[in-house]
Design a protein around this ligand. Structure first.
Ligand SMILES: [Zn+2]
Length: 298
């Protein structure tokens, strides 16, 4: 876990840089602050004379060229003098270098983390994802899934000692994202219950790459809808499954969520969805321990 955090941290440090405002909260010694090369240039003279903050090099909202050139070598001075300062007094903030607008994005962080050539064929899925015209929240869900960072039990089990890695919704298979969001009985009911009425058993995917490959064929998509639309809708279904799963994190919590039948009884919960021309429904049968016995969709 720590290794992962440290790795992320050093990744972020590669992309983060101070956005200079008044320079008062940026140290020339400790902060990354000069884009376009070494983010923390080392001054060529010692810190005598009390200079330690970037603000010491700013006069009337502009750089003190003479002082900058005296303190830093030619290349560093040039990069410092290239930093545009705001016209009005504003505080220093953070800049995310990989994006041209300085705003952080998962896409650029991911690219930075792999140092990849995004055009290589094995990154087709990322190209599809980042190019998809869907809401960023939904992209984020896809990103978590495809980068295997959705914290399912099976994923956590890789780094932590878990009591169980079984899916909390069905207790029948390890909780991998593909199981939880696609092949689990609960997912099956939800996918079929949604307006698209997708039957998840048409595809026995062993990876998300398989899944994406299958649905990249428009004949496989409901109503031959556009891929972006489908990916957006799929992420919304995933989000719903994930929300339900979090509500029922313990297997028995499924029961407390819906109420427990008396010992020896079986409880059936039903739900239906009405579409314009069709409707679909699901019936979930549970025993008195809260275990799911059967899910029927119709
Ligand atoms: Zn399951």
């Amino acid at each position: 876990m720590w290794k992962a955090i440290l790795r992320e941290r050093s990744l972020l440090m590669k992309g983060l840089c101070r956005r200079i405002g008044d320079g008062r909260s940026t140290s020339i010694w400790f902060d990354p602050w000069v884009p376009g090369g070494r983010l923390q240039p080392i001054p060529r003279i010692d810190a005598i004379g009390g200079i330690s903050m970037v603000s010491n090099f700013i006069r009337n909202n502009g750089w003190d060229h003479t002082l900058v050139r005296r303190w830093f070598n030619e290349d560093d001075s040039r990069r410092i003098l290239n930093i545009s300062l705001p016209n009005n007094q504003s505080k220093d903030s953070w800049l995310w270098l990989p994006e041209s607008n300085g705003d952080f994005s998962i896409k650029s962080a991911y690219r930075l983390s792999l140092n990849i050539d995004i055009n290589r064929p094995e990154y087709a899925k990322w190209r599809t994802l980042w190019g998809a015209r869907i809401h960023n929240r939904l992209k984020m869900i896809w990103w978590k899934i495809l980068s295997n960072s959705l914290l399912t039990r099976a994923r956590l089990g890789m780094v932590l000692n878990m009591d169980t890695v079984l899916c909390p919704l069905c207790n029948m298979d390890d909780e991998h994202s593909l199981h939880l969001l696609w092949s689990c009985e609960f997912a099956r009911a939800l996918w079929f219950g949604c307006l698209w009425q997708v039957r998840t058993d048409i595809l026995t995917a062993t990876s998300w790459d398989d899944w994406l490959m299958w649905f990249s064929d428009e004949d496989k998509r409901p109503n031959q809808m556009h891929l972006h639309l489908f990916l957006g809708g799929a992420a919304a279904v995933f989000e719903e499954i994930w929300r339900t799963r979090n509500k029922c994190k313990m297997a028995s919590a499924i029961a407390s969520y819906a109420g427990l039948p008396p010992p020896g009884w079986i409880m059936c919960n039903t739900d239906i969805t009405l579409g314009n021309s069709d409707s679909a429904g699901a019936a979930i049968f549970r025993d008195d321990k809260g275990g799911t016995l059967k899910i029927h969709t119709f």
